[in-house]
Design a protein around this ligand. Structure first.
Ligand code: PMP
Length: 387
Protein backbone atom coordinates (compact mmCIF):
# COMPACT_ATOMS: atom_id res chain seq x y z
CA UNK A 1 0.00 0.00 0.00
CA UNK A 2 1.20 3.49 -0.86
CA UNK A 3 1.38 5.47 2.42
CA UNK A 4 2.53 8.81 1.05
CA UNK A 5 -1.02 9.98 0.26
CA UNK A 6 -2.04 9.42 3.87
CA UNK A 7 1.12 11.06 5.24
CA UNK A 8 0.48 14.13 3.13
CA UNK A 9 -3.12 14.30 4.40
CA UNK A 10 -1.87 14.09 7.99
CA UNK A 11 0.68 16.84 7.32
CA UNK A 12 -2.08 19.01 5.86
CA UNK A 13 -4.26 18.45 8.93
CA UNK A 14 -1.33 19.33 11.19
CA UNK A 15 -0.66 22.55 9.24
CA UNK A 16 -4.33 23.57 9.68
CA UNK A 17 -4.23 22.81 13.41
CA UNK A 18 -6.75 20.00 12.83
CA UNK A 19 -4.61 16.93 13.52
CA UNK A 20 -6.10 14.60 16.13
CA UNK A 21 -4.30 12.02 18.20
CA UNK A 22 -5.04 9.59 21.00
CA UNK A 23 -3.89 10.42 24.54
CA UNK A 24 -3.85 7.61 27.12
CA UNK A 25 -5.07 8.97 30.47
CA UNK A 26 -5.45 7.57 33.94
CA UNK A 27 -8.63 8.62 35.73
CA UNK A 28 -9.19 9.46 39.38
CA UNK A 29 -12.49 11.08 40.33
CA UNK A 30 -12.97 14.21 38.26
CA UNK A 31 -9.28 14.35 37.41
CA UNK A 32 -7.11 12.72 34.78
CA UNK A 33 -3.39 12.08 34.97
CA UNK A 34 -1.52 13.09 31.84
CA UNK A 35 2.29 12.91 31.64
CA UNK A 36 2.43 12.49 35.42
CA UNK A 37 0.27 15.55 36.18
CA UNK A 38 -3.22 15.67 37.63
CA UNK A 39 -5.62 17.81 35.63
CA UNK A 40 -9.27 18.70 36.21
CA UNK A 41 -11.11 16.73 33.54
CA UNK A 42 -13.27 19.20 31.64
CA UNK A 43 -13.69 16.87 28.67
CA UNK A 44 -15.73 14.04 30.10
CA UNK A 45 -19.33 13.06 29.41
CA UNK A 46 -19.58 11.45 32.86
CA UNK A 47 -21.95 14.31 33.70
CA UNK A 48 -23.19 12.92 37.03
CA UNK A 49 -19.77 11.53 37.99
CA UNK A 50 -21.20 8.01 38.18
CA UNK A 51 -18.62 6.38 35.94
CA UNK A 52 -15.86 7.64 38.23
CA UNK A 53 -17.60 6.77 41.50
CA UNK A 54 -15.55 4.05 43.24
CA UNK A 55 -18.09 3.49 46.02
CA UNK A 56 -20.88 2.93 43.57
CA UNK A 57 -18.69 0.52 41.61
CA UNK A 58 -17.80 -1.40 44.76
CA UNK A 59 -21.46 -1.57 45.79
CA UNK A 60 -22.38 -2.89 42.36
CA UNK A 61 -19.63 -5.50 42.30
CA UNK A 62 -20.55 -6.79 45.72
CA UNK A 63 -24.18 -7.11 44.61
CA UNK A 64 -23.63 -9.06 41.39
CA UNK A 65 -24.84 -12.57 40.94
CA UNK A 66 -21.85 -14.39 39.40
CA UNK A 67 -24.19 -16.75 37.54
CA UNK A 68 -25.50 -13.94 35.32
CA UNK A 69 -22.27 -11.92 35.22
CA UNK A 70 -21.32 -12.76 31.63
CA UNK A 71 -18.55 -10.64 30.12
CA UNK A 72 -19.74 -11.38 26.59
CA UNK A 73 -23.09 -12.09 24.99
CA UNK A 74 -21.25 -14.07 22.31
CA UNK A 75 -23.82 -13.31 19.63
CA UNK A 76 -26.46 -10.95 18.35
CA UNK A 77 -29.68 -10.81 20.36
CA UNK A 78 -31.40 -12.25 17.31
CA UNK A 79 -29.30 -15.42 17.64
CA UNK A 80 -28.74 -16.74 21.16
CA UNK A 81 -27.58 -13.48 22.75
CA UNK A 82 -30.84 -12.17 24.19
CA UNK A 83 -29.97 -12.42 27.88
CA UNK A 84 -32.85 -11.58 30.27
CA UNK A 85 -31.08 -8.47 31.55
CA UNK A 86 -31.62 -6.62 28.23
CA UNK A 87 -35.37 -7.10 28.41
CA UNK A 88 -35.33 -6.12 32.08
CA UNK A 89 -33.55 -2.85 31.28
CA UNK A 90 -36.00 -2.26 28.44
CA UNK A 91 -39.07 -2.69 30.58
CA UNK A 92 -37.50 -0.47 33.24
CA UNK A 93 -36.96 2.25 30.62
CA UNK A 94 -40.46 1.91 29.19
CA UNK A 95 -41.87 2.21 32.72
CA UNK A 96 -39.72 5.22 33.61
CA UNK A 97 -40.84 7.09 30.49
CA UNK A 98 -44.42 5.82 30.60
CA UNK A 99 -44.08 4.49 27.04
CA UNK A 100 -45.12 1.14 25.62
CA UNK A 101 -41.68 -0.22 24.88
CA UNK A 102 -37.95 0.35 24.73
CA UNK A 103 -35.07 -1.17 22.82
CA UNK A 104 -31.40 -1.15 23.81
CA UNK A 105 -28.49 -0.87 21.37
CA UNK A 106 -24.73 -1.35 21.59
CA UNK A 107 -24.05 2.38 21.52
CA UNK A 108 -25.65 5.71 20.76
CA UNK A 109 -23.80 5.58 17.47
CA UNK A 110 -25.45 2.28 16.54
CA UNK A 111 -28.80 3.71 17.59
CA UNK A 112 -28.59 6.72 15.28
CA UNK A 113 -26.96 4.76 12.49
CA UNK A 114 -29.64 2.09 12.62
CA UNK A 115 -33.06 3.52 13.43
CA UNK A 116 -33.46 6.00 10.59
CA UNK A 117 -32.41 3.59 7.81
CA UNK A 118 -34.82 1.02 9.27
CA UNK A 119 -37.84 3.32 9.26
CA UNK A 120 -37.17 5.76 6.42
CA UNK A 121 -36.70 5.35 2.68
CA UNK A 122 -37.60 7.10 -0.56
CA UNK A 123 -41.15 7.78 0.67
CA UNK A 124 -39.85 9.82 3.62
CA UNK A 125 -38.57 13.34 4.13
CA UNK A 126 -36.19 13.79 7.05
CA UNK A 127 -36.01 17.33 8.39
CA UNK A 128 -32.99 17.61 10.65
CA UNK A 129 -31.34 20.42 12.57
CA UNK A 130 -28.06 21.57 10.99
CA UNK A 131 -26.15 20.73 14.18
CA UNK A 132 -27.25 17.15 14.74
CA UNK A 133 -24.53 14.66 15.62
CA UNK A 134 -22.42 12.87 12.99
CA UNK A 135 -24.09 9.55 13.84
CA UNK A 136 -27.48 11.02 12.88
CA UNK A 137 -26.09 12.39 9.63
CA UNK A 138 -24.68 8.96 8.82
CA UNK A 139 -28.06 7.37 9.61
CA UNK A 140 -29.86 9.86 7.36
CA UNK A 141 -27.45 9.19 4.51
CA UNK A 142 -27.81 5.44 4.86
CA UNK A 143 -31.61 5.71 4.84
CA UNK A 144 -31.69 7.04 1.28
CA UNK A 145 -34.58 9.34 2.29
CA UNK A 146 -34.86 12.89 0.99
CA UNK A 147 -33.58 15.22 3.65
CA UNK A 148 -33.40 18.86 4.52
CA UNK A 149 -31.19 20.35 7.21
CA UNK A 150 -32.60 23.52 8.71
CA UNK A 151 -30.68 26.37 10.33
CA UNK A 152 -29.98 25.52 13.95
CA UNK A 153 -33.17 25.72 16.04
CA UNK A 154 -35.03 27.59 13.25
CA UNK A 155 -38.49 26.15 13.83
CA UNK A 156 -40.19 28.76 11.60
CA UNK A 157 -38.33 27.08 8.76
CA UNK A 158 -39.54 23.67 9.91
CA UNK A 159 -43.10 24.98 9.98
CA UNK A 160 -42.76 26.14 6.35
CA UNK A 161 -41.26 22.86 5.22
CA UNK A 162 -44.05 20.87 6.81
CA UNK A 163 -46.63 23.10 5.13
CA UNK A 164 -44.98 22.71 1.71
CA UNK A 165 -44.08 19.01 1.90
CA UNK A 166 -46.48 17.11 4.10
CA UNK A 167 -48.65 16.12 1.12
CA UNK A 168 -45.70 14.82 -0.88
CA UNK A 169 -44.39 12.06 1.39
CA UNK A 170 -45.70 9.06 3.29
CA UNK A 171 -44.09 10.52 6.38
CA UNK A 172 -41.90 13.41 7.51
CA UNK A 173 -39.54 12.83 10.42
CA UNK A 174 -38.26 15.83 12.37
CA UNK A 175 -34.88 14.94 13.86
CA UNK A 176 -33.30 16.99 16.62
CA UNK A 177 -31.08 16.69 19.66
CA UNK A 178 -32.48 17.93 22.92
CA UNK A 179 -29.21 19.41 24.19
CA UNK A 180 -26.69 20.09 21.45
CA UNK A 181 -23.36 18.44 22.03
CA UNK A 182 -21.15 21.28 20.82
CA UNK A 183 -23.15 24.42 21.66
CA UNK A 184 -24.81 23.15 24.85
CA UNK A 185 -28.10 24.84 23.97
CA UNK A 186 -31.56 23.25 23.89
CA UNK A 187 -34.26 22.49 21.37
CA UNK A 188 -37.80 23.74 21.82
CA UNK A 189 -39.35 20.27 21.94
CA UNK A 190 -42.74 21.60 22.96
CA UNK A 191 -43.05 23.66 19.80
CA UNK A 192 -41.72 20.80 17.66
CA UNK A 193 -44.42 18.56 19.09
CA UNK A 194 -47.12 21.13 18.46
CA UNK A 195 -45.96 21.39 14.82
CA UNK A 196 -46.16 17.62 14.56
CA UNK A 197 -49.73 17.59 15.85
CA UNK A 198 -50.86 19.80 12.94
CA UNK A 199 -50.28 16.93 10.49
CA UNK A 200 -51.19 13.26 10.39
CA UNK A 201 -47.91 12.07 8.88
CA UNK A 202 -45.22 13.85 10.89
CA UNK A 203 -43.10 12.01 13.46
CA UNK A 204 -40.47 13.30 15.90
CA UNK A 205 -37.08 11.76 16.68
CA UNK A 206 -35.15 13.25 19.60
CA UNK A 207 -31.61 12.33 20.62
CA UNK A 208 -31.34 13.04 24.37
CA UNK A 209 -27.70 11.84 24.56
CA UNK A 210 -26.55 14.90 26.51
CA UNK A 211 -29.70 15.40 28.58
CA UNK A 212 -30.57 11.88 29.74
CA UNK A 213 -29.61 11.67 33.42
CA UNK A 214 -29.09 15.43 33.63
CA UNK A 215 -32.39 17.21 32.96
CA UNK A 216 -35.91 16.62 34.24
CA UNK A 217 -36.88 15.93 37.83
CA UNK A 218 -36.34 12.18 37.33
CA UNK A 219 -33.37 12.69 35.01
CA UNK A 220 -35.22 11.48 31.91
CA UNK A 221 -34.11 14.45 29.85
CA UNK A 222 -35.45 17.57 28.20
CA UNK A 223 -38.70 15.94 27.05
CA UNK A 224 -39.49 15.28 30.69
CA UNK A 225 -38.61 18.85 31.62
CA UNK A 226 -40.79 20.26 28.82
CA UNK A 227 -43.63 17.82 29.46
CA UNK A 228 -43.80 16.30 25.98
CA UNK A 229 -42.63 12.70 26.32
CA UNK A 230 -45.99 11.43 25.04
CA UNK A 231 -45.70 13.28 21.72
CA UNK A 232 -42.24 12.06 20.73
CA UNK A 233 -42.11 8.95 18.58
CA UNK A 234 -38.51 7.98 19.32
CA UNK A 235 -36.88 9.31 22.48
CA UNK A 236 -33.29 8.16 22.15
CA UNK A 237 -30.41 8.32 24.57
CA UNK A 238 -27.09 6.81 25.51
CA UNK A 239 -25.90 5.13 28.69
CA UNK A 240 -22.31 6.18 27.96
CA UNK A 241 -22.59 9.75 29.17
CA UNK A 242 -24.46 10.80 32.34
CA UNK A 243 -25.34 7.23 33.22
CA UNK A 244 -21.68 6.17 33.38
CA UNK A 245 -22.21 2.93 31.46
CA UNK A 246 -22.33 2.02 27.78
CA UNK A 247 -25.05 1.53 25.16
CA UNK A 248 -27.91 3.37 23.50
CA UNK A 249 -31.69 3.06 23.70
CA UNK A 250 -34.95 4.27 22.29
CA UNK A 251 -38.34 4.38 23.98
CA UNK A 252 -41.16 4.04 21.47
CA UNK A 253 -44.36 2.15 20.69
CA UNK A 254 -44.57 -1.64 20.95
CA UNK A 255 -45.08 -1.92 17.17
CA UNK A 256 -42.01 0.22 16.52
CA UNK A 257 -39.90 -1.94 18.82
CA UNK A 258 -41.01 -5.08 16.97
CA UNK A 259 -40.33 -3.40 13.65
CA UNK A 260 -36.79 -2.36 14.66
CA UNK A 261 -36.03 -5.88 15.89
CA UNK A 262 -36.84 -7.03 12.36
CA UNK A 263 -35.23 -4.26 10.35
CA UNK A 264 -32.47 -2.50 12.25
CA UNK A 265 -29.18 -3.77 10.90
CA UNK A 266 -26.80 -2.70 13.73
CA UNK A 267 -29.10 -4.53 16.15
CA UNK A 268 -29.43 -7.63 14.01
CA UNK A 269 -25.86 -7.99 12.79
CA UNK A 270 -23.70 -7.12 15.79
CA UNK A 271 -22.79 -8.98 18.98
CA UNK A 272 -24.91 -7.54 21.78
CA UNK A 273 -23.31 -5.69 24.69
CA UNK A 274 -21.86 -7.81 27.49
CA UNK A 275 -24.60 -8.73 29.99
CA UNK A 276 -22.17 -7.47 32.69
CA UNK A 277 -22.45 -3.96 31.21
CA UNK A 278 -26.23 -4.21 31.12
CA UNK A 279 -26.24 -5.24 34.77
CA UNK A 280 -24.28 -2.09 35.61
CA UNK A 281 -26.77 -0.08 33.54
CA UNK A 282 -29.69 -1.69 35.41
CA UNK A 283 -28.01 -0.91 38.75
CA UNK A 284 -27.60 2.76 37.82
CA UNK A 285 -31.05 3.17 36.24
CA UNK A 286 -32.55 1.98 39.50
CA UNK A 287 -30.87 4.92 41.24
CA UNK A 288 -31.26 7.59 38.57
CA UNK A 289 -34.48 9.13 39.79
CA UNK A 290 -32.91 9.71 43.22
CA UNK A 291 -29.94 11.59 41.84
CA UNK A 292 -31.66 14.96 41.84
CA UNK A 293 -29.05 16.48 44.23
CA UNK A 294 -26.31 15.68 41.70
CA UNK A 295 -28.37 17.27 38.91
CA UNK A 296 -28.91 20.37 41.04
CA UNK A 297 -25.21 20.72 41.86
CA UNK A 298 -24.28 20.30 38.18
CA UNK A 299 -26.77 22.96 37.21
CA UNK A 300 -25.40 25.39 39.84
CA UNK A 301 -21.72 25.03 38.91
CA UNK A 302 -22.65 25.28 35.23
CA UNK A 303 -24.41 28.56 35.81
CA UNK A 304 -21.32 29.91 37.61
CA UNK A 305 -19.04 29.05 34.69
CA UNK A 306 -21.45 30.45 32.10
CA UNK A 307 -21.70 33.73 34.02
CA UNK A 308 -17.91 33.95 34.25
CA UNK A 309 -17.45 33.43 30.51
CA UNK A 310 -20.11 36.03 29.80
CA UNK A 311 -18.33 38.51 32.08
CA UNK A 312 -15.07 37.83 30.21
CA UNK A 313 -16.81 38.77 26.95
CA UNK A 314 -17.24 35.35 25.32
CA UNK A 315 -20.44 34.91 23.29
CA UNK A 316 -22.58 32.49 25.23
CA UNK A 317 -24.47 29.82 23.31
CA UNK A 318 -25.08 27.42 26.15
CA UNK A 319 -27.70 27.15 28.85
CA UNK A 320 -26.57 23.75 30.14
CA UNK A 321 -23.54 21.91 31.57
CA UNK A 322 -21.88 21.86 28.12
CA UNK A 323 -20.23 25.22 27.83
CA UNK A 324 -18.24 26.17 24.74
CA UNK A 325 -15.70 28.98 24.75
CA UNK A 326 -15.64 30.15 21.16
CA UNK A 327 -12.23 31.18 19.85
CA UNK A 328 -12.61 30.94 16.04
CA UNK A 329 -9.45 29.57 14.44
CA UNK A 330 -8.34 25.98 15.01
CA UNK A 331 -4.71 26.84 15.76
CA UNK A 332 -5.84 29.38 18.37
CA UNK A 333 -8.08 26.78 20.01
CA UNK A 334 -5.16 24.34 20.15
CA UNK A 335 -2.87 26.97 21.65
CA UNK A 336 -5.36 28.06 24.32
CA UNK A 337 -6.14 24.45 25.22
CA UNK A 338 -2.38 24.01 25.78
CA UNK A 339 -2.37 26.94 28.17
CA UNK A 340 -5.27 25.52 30.14
CA UNK A 341 -3.40 22.26 30.33
CA UNK A 342 -0.23 23.91 31.66
CA UNK A 343 -2.42 25.35 34.40
CA UNK A 344 -4.09 22.13 35.50
CA UNK A 345 -7.16 21.88 33.27
CA UNK A 346 -7.79 19.15 30.74
CA UNK A 347 -9.96 20.75 28.08
CA UNK A 348 -9.85 19.84 24.43
CA UNK A 349 -10.10 22.04 21.39
CA UNK A 350 -13.07 21.17 19.19
CA UNK A 351 -12.32 21.89 15.56
CA UNK A 352 -13.74 21.35 12.10
CA UNK A 353 -15.14 19.04 10.87
CA UNK A 354 -16.79 18.47 14.28
CA UNK A 355 -17.90 22.13 14.29
CA UNK A 356 -18.32 24.53 11.35
CA UNK A 357 -15.24 26.21 9.86
CA UNK A 358 -14.22 29.33 11.85
CA UNK A 359 -16.03 28.25 15.02
CA UNK A 360 -13.28 26.26 16.74
CA UNK A 361 -13.78 26.25 20.47
CA UNK A 362 -12.85 24.87 23.81
CA UNK A 363 -15.67 22.73 25.08
CA UNK A 364 -16.07 22.65 28.84
CA UNK A 365 -18.16 19.70 29.96
CA UNK A 366 -18.88 19.95 33.67
CA UNK A 367 -19.52 16.94 35.87
CA UNK A 368 -21.32 16.71 39.20
CA UNK A 369 -18.23 15.39 41.01
CA UNK A 370 -16.48 18.76 40.56
CA UNK A 371 -16.59 20.96 43.62
CA UNK A 372 -17.46 24.65 43.76
CA UNK A 373 -13.76 25.21 44.54
CA UNK A 374 -12.72 23.40 41.34
CA UNK A 375 -14.98 25.69 39.32
CA UNK A 376 -13.80 28.74 41.29
CA UNK A 377 -10.17 27.95 40.37
CA UNK A 378 -11.15 27.56 36.72
CA UNK A 379 -13.08 30.83 36.74
CA UNK A 380 -10.15 32.68 38.30
CA UNK A 381 -7.84 31.34 35.62
CA UNK A 382 -10.23 32.46 32.86
CA UNK A 383 -10.64 35.88 34.47
CA UNK A 384 -7.01 36.63 35.20
CA UNK A 385 -5.12 35.26 32.22
CA UNK A 386 -5.07 36.97 28.85
CA UNK A 387 -6.32 34.04 26.81
N1 PMP B 1 -25.72 11.19 19.90
C1 PMP B 1 -25.10 12.31 20.28
C2 PMP B 1 -25.84 13.59 20.24
C3 PMP B 1 -23.77 12.27 20.71
O1 PMP B 1 -23.16 13.39 21.09
C4 PMP B 1 -23.09 11.03 20.74
C5 PMP B 1 -21.67 10.86 21.22
N2 PMP B 1 -20.92 11.93 21.39
C6 PMP B 1 -23.77 9.90 20.31
C7 PMP B 1 -25.09 10.01 19.91
C8 PMP B 1 -23.11 8.57 20.30
O2 PMP B 1 -23.29 7.94 21.52
P1 PMP B 1 -22.32 6.77 22.00
O3 PMP B 1 -21.11 7.44 22.53
O4 PMP B 1 -23.10 6.02 23.01
O5 PMP B 1 -22.00 5.97 20.78
Amino acid sequence: MEDSFYSRELERLAAEGNLRSLTPLEHTGCEVVAAGRKLLNLSSNDYLGLGADRNLRAEFLSSVNQEEFFMSSSSSRLLSGDFPVYEEVESMLAGMFGKEAALVFNSGYHMNLGILPAVAGKDTLIVADKLVHASIIDGIRLSGADFYRFRHNDLDRVENILRQSSGKYRQIIIVVESVYSMDGDRADLKRICSLKRMYGNVAVYVDEAHAFGVLGSHGLGLAEEQGCIGDIDWICGTFGKALGSVGGFTVCSRVMRDFLVNRMRPLIFSTALPPASMMWTRFLLNRMSGMAPLRKHLSEISEKLRDALKRSGYPLLSDTHIIPMLVGRSDKAVEIAGRFRENGFFVLPVRPPTVPEGSARLRFALTANMSCDDIGTLIRFIGTSAL
